[in-house]
Every structure is written in structure tokens, then in C-alpha cells.
Design a binder for this molecule. Sequence first.
Ligand SMILES: Cc1cc2nc3c(=O)[nH]c(=O)nc-3n(C[C@H](O)[C@H](O)[C@H](O)COP(=O)(O)OP(=O)(O)OC[C@H]3O[C@@H](n4cnc5c(N)ncnc54)[C@H](O)[C@@H]3O)c2cc1C
Length: 178
Amino acid sequence: MKTLVIGAGIAGLSAAQELRKANHQVILLEARSRVGGRIHTDRSFAEVPIELGAEFIHSSQVPTYSLAQKLGLRTFHYNQHNDTLVRLPDGALRTIAEVGTQKQGYDNVRLVDWPEVNGEESLEAYLERLGERPIPFKLQEYISDFDHPRYLSAKAAREYLCDPSAEEGDYRLLDGYD
Ligand SMILES: Cc1cc2nc3c(=O)[nH]c(=O)nc-3n(C[C@H](O)[C@H](O)[C@H](O)COP(=O)(O)OP(=O)(O)OC[C@H]3O[C@@H](n4cnc5c(N)ncnc54)[C@H](O)[C@@H]3O)c2cc1C
């Protein structure tokens, strides 16, 4: 069987690999002059790889983590709360954990407390529907990391909110994501 895969991002590369394993004859067609798509590591700027696209493996629960392990790639565990410093109005530097999480915490966010999402509604519409409910720190952080709630998917945010693996932190690939 001959199969054409369009786009050599991680999805196309994975699809092509699976098809090859299933004895397909695969042509992988990429519009750009490089593979990787939104995974784009730059090595021209500094002596360390600089990620222009994806940079984190979000917990050890995701398939990219096991892939990195299988390939023997060096990873570095990174916990945003303990490792990222923010400057306060008085000039002091504190970790995110010191500033934000003591009270509101990652504590007790349970799926059952967060009602089902209506189809493809935005996070903004979902939060409006919930009314006065306080927004947990974990969700505030999600919004500040990504975009205005108008542009975020309520479904993805709800999954993140109730995903215990989010507490584990992220991993960087020390030698570059590409
Ligand atoms: C700045 C940034 C930071 C990110 N950070 C993270 C992160 O930390 N962790 C994480 O897990 N994810 C992160 N992501 C998301 C992650 O990069 C993407 O989810 C993932 O790379 C998408 O892979 P893909 O193969 O689905 O699509 P893409 O990577 O977009 O690949 C699609 C490919 O198809 C090609 N193509 C499109 N149309 C055609 C055509 N008609 N003909 C031929 N080729 C075509 C494109 O050129 C591209 O190479 C980040 C993304 C960005 C942009």
C-alpha cells in the first residue's frame, strides 16, 4: 500500500512511522525546508539549544516522555512553581510557589466540582455560566500561560484543572526538542 502523509510535524512523522511499521510505502510531504513544524530548535543563536516552538514535556504521563526515555534523551525536571522567580512591586524576588499557592493551592480541585462543558464553548463563556465561583490558582496560572479565556477551550482547561499530572511539573529536553 502506498500512502501520502502531508506535513512533517510530530503528527505527520508519527503517522509515517506507524505506517512504515505496517509495511506501507510512505511519502512524507513537507512544505517547509525543515521537518518538525511547531517543534523548532535553534542552534545558531547560542551554545545551548533555544526552543522557538515546543519546549516542555508536560509531565511523565504523556507519550512524549516515554519516547524520550526510550531514545535515551536527557531530560531536566522543571517545576514552574519552585523554579520561576517573579519580581514583586517592592522589588523582592519570590518563586511562584511562595507568592501564589499557599492559600488557594493546587488543593482539592475535583472533576466533580466542575460541571460538564457545553460542546465547544470558550473558557470565558464557561466561567460566566459558573457565576461567582472563585477561580483556583491552577486555572489562573493556565490562563496567564496561554491566552484570554475568550480564546481558550473550556474543555481543555477543565481537563487541565483536574489533571493530577499537572502538579508534577514539566521536563525540558536538554539537547533540544527537535
Ligand atoms: C511557541 C509554541 C510553544 C509550544 N510549547 C509546547 C510545549 O512546551 N509542549 C508541548 O507539548 N507542545 C507545545 N506546543 C505545541 C506543539 O508544538 C504542537 O502541538 C505540535 O508541535 C503540533 O504538531 P503537529 O504535527 O500536529 O503540527 P505542526 O507542528 O504544525 O506540523 C504541521 C506540518 O505540516 C506542514 N504543512 C502544513 N500544510 C501543508 C501542506 N499543505 N503541504 C505540506 N506541508 C504542510 C507544516 O509546514 C508543518 O511542518 C507549542 C507550540 C508553539 C507554537
